[in-house]
Design a protein around this ligand. Structure first.
Ligand SMILES: Nc1ncnc2c1ncn2[C@@H]1O[C@H](COP(=O)(O)OP(=O)(O)O)[C@@H](O)[C@H]1O
Ligand SMILES: [Mg+2]
Length: 264
């Protein structure tokens, strides 16, 4: 199953969620691959890949036809592999500009890796440029992290019609696995009000677990560690374990719903 962590807005916890959800899923015995699609390589660095060892990266796979297996490497977390990003990714949009069906290239390249993993998580840059769009097309479903602050709903309103348009164009549906509320601070009234609004508007589409502000989650990446390596007993680690458990339930519900609709 391929899941994209996506949002046009930056700083909403896409990378933090991608890395720690992946580590939590690996912790319960799943085979997981993180594909870093952000030229800043935050997910790769957070998973302990040294900056000078980012190559070979997804850029080589996408731009130089390197077989995907040659760029994938293990992390220190058992069962969790990384396909790193590098700054070469910044030229992806311009190099691909005139290619027909350029949105399909990522999915085609990842197909060779799919059978080796239970979960492939795509960490997207904060935009709706070619790479995140390609990620949406390649993915079976997507997770949309939202910080319940001012204008939080804009991000959701942008993305759902985009997913629908891609379905019209490529004929492959990408389901919303869930909206996850991140960097939540219950002390502020605006957070509480926005959570209520988002939950009443999107109901079941919102993960029950909310990821609260936790300083340990912000500290771990600077040591190139997942939250479970950095402080496995902190509230952030517990939250991502619960998110992983809920992800498994939601994924199996989506799987059941989709197989019912294809046999109907
Ligand atoms: N639950 C959290 N508590 C505290 N800080 C967080 C939390 N989630 C993310 N952060 C921090 O917020 C910043 C933005 O998160 P990040 O995952 O990089 O967002 P994005 O990938 O969407 O741009 C980072 O500095 C990260 O360490
Ligand atoms: Mg990021």
């Amino acid at each position: 199953m391929i899941t994209a962590l996506i949002s046009k807005k930056g700083g909403v916890g896409k990378t933090t969620t991608c890395v720690n959800l992946a580590a939590a899923l690996a912790g319960i015995g799943k085979k997981v691959l993180v594909v870093d699609l952000d030229s800043q390589a935050s997910a790769s660095l957070s998973l302990g890949v040294p900056r000078e060892k980012l190559a070979p990266s997804i850029a080589d796979v996408l731009l130089h036809s390197m077989p995907v297996g040659e760029a994938i490497r293990p992390t220190r977390t058992g069962g969790l592999d990384i396909l790193p990003a590098s700054s070469d990714l910044t030229s992806f949009d311009s190099i691909m500009a005139s290619q027909p069906n350029k949105e399909l290239v990522l999915g085609k390249r990842l197909r060779h890796a799919e059978s080796f993993y239970d979960f492939i998580l795509l960490d997207c840059p904060s935009s709706l440029s070619l790479l995140p769009i390609s990620a949406l097309v390649a993915a079976d479903n997507f997770i949309l992290p939202v910080v319940p602050q001012f204008l939080a709903l804009e991000g959701v309103r942008n993305l759902l019609p985009t997913a629908e348009r891609l379905y019209q164009r490529f004929g492959k549906r990408t389901d919303l696995l869930g909206i996850v509320l991140t960097i939540v601070d219950y002390r502020t009234k605006v957070n509480r009000t926005n959570i209520d609004t988002i939950r009443s508007q999107f109901g079941n589409s919102v993960f029950a677990i909310e990821i609260r502000t936790n300083i340990r989650l912000a500290e771990a990446p600077s040591e190139g560690k997942t939250i479970f390596e950095y402080d496995r007993t902190c509230a952030g680690a517990k939250a991502y374990r619960l998110l992983a458990a809920e992800t498994l339930i939601r994924a199996s519900q989506l799987g059941r719903r989709n197989s019912a609709s294809t046999t109907a």
